[in-house]
Design a protein around this ligand. Sequence first.
Ligand code: ZN
Ligand code: ZN
Length: 335
Amino acid sequence: MRAMLLERPAPADARPLVPVDRPTTAPPAGELRLRVSACGVCRTDLQIVEGDLEARRLPVVPGHQVVGVVDAIGSDVEGWSNGDRAGVTWLAGTDGSCRFCTSGRENLCEAATFTGWDRDGGYAESMTVRADVAVPIPASYPDLAAAPLLCGGVIGYRSLGVAGIGATSAGARLGLYGFGASARQALQVARSWGVEVYAADRSAEARARALELGATWAGGLDELPPVALDAAVTFAPVGWVVASALRALDRGGTVAINAIHLDHVPELPYDDLWWERSIRSVANVTRQDAREFLEIAARIDLVTDTELFPLEEANEALARLAASRIRGTAVLTVG
Ligand SMILES: [Zn+2]
Ligand SMILES: [Zn+2]
C-alpha cells in the first residue's frame, strides 16, 4: 500500500513527507483495518510535520480525519462488519481506567494516544484503528464531505459545549473568532439550536461566508459586536484575540479557546473578567463528542467546504495550509 511517511520534521516547503510502499498489516485484537478513501489535512498535522509539536515516534504516517471502509477485523471486536464505513479522529485510544476516563472526561486521559502522532494515521491507503474509538459515518455523507467533520468539526462541537452553548441555548449570542473550517461547522450546529452567531475574522471573504451560513453579524477580530455575547469560541492561536473575545462578553459569559497552542496569555484588565466571566481551554475530544456531532451533522445536512488533493500531493496540501491558501478543509483523496 502507498503511504506518505514523515521521517524527519522539516518546513512544509521542503516537502518532508516521502512516498513509500509498505505491506498492509493484519489488525491486532480489538482493532479494525480500514481501506482509506479520504483523509483531511489538519493544522495539527502541519505542526507535527514541521516539528512544532515534537514527534512522539518517527517515522510516522500523519493524518487523523480519516474515512475508510473496514476490510479486516481483529479478534474481540463487536459491532463492526467488513464493508462498514468508519471514521478515525485525533483520539486513538485511552487507558479507560484513570480518574479522568472513569468520570466521563477521557479527553483529559494522561495515557491517551493520538492518531498520526503516536500511531500511523490516514495519509495512506490502509491503516488500523482501535474499534472502540472508530466512529460510524452517517450514510448521507460521501467520504470526501465526511473527512472535515472528524477533527475541526468534532473539536468545534466540543468547544460549543465548553463555552456553555447547547441544544437548549436558543436565543443565546455566540461569538466565533477566526472563521475557518472548524468555525464554519460550529456555526451550523449553533444555528440549528437557534443560537445567534457573531463571527469575527480578518478576511472579508471569511466574513462573507459567515453571513451566507447564517451569522447575524460579521466583523473584524478587534471589533466589538453590536451586542454583548453570552459565549465565544476563539479559533486563532493568538492571545490578543482571546482578550478581544473576553471584552465582548456579557456578565457570566465564557470564552472557550480552541487551540493546542496559544502564543501567549496577555495581561487582562480584571474588569473584563469580573461578573463571573471565564476563560477555558478545549483539549482533545471524547468518542462521545464524535458520535454526537456526526449524528447532528447528518440531521442538519451540515455543509463542509473542501479542497481536494491526491494522496501523493500531501506535501503540497500542507504547504498551502502553511501559507493560509486553503479554503475550508484540504482533503486527500486516497481510494
Ligand atoms: Zn486535527
Ligand atoms: Zn485515562
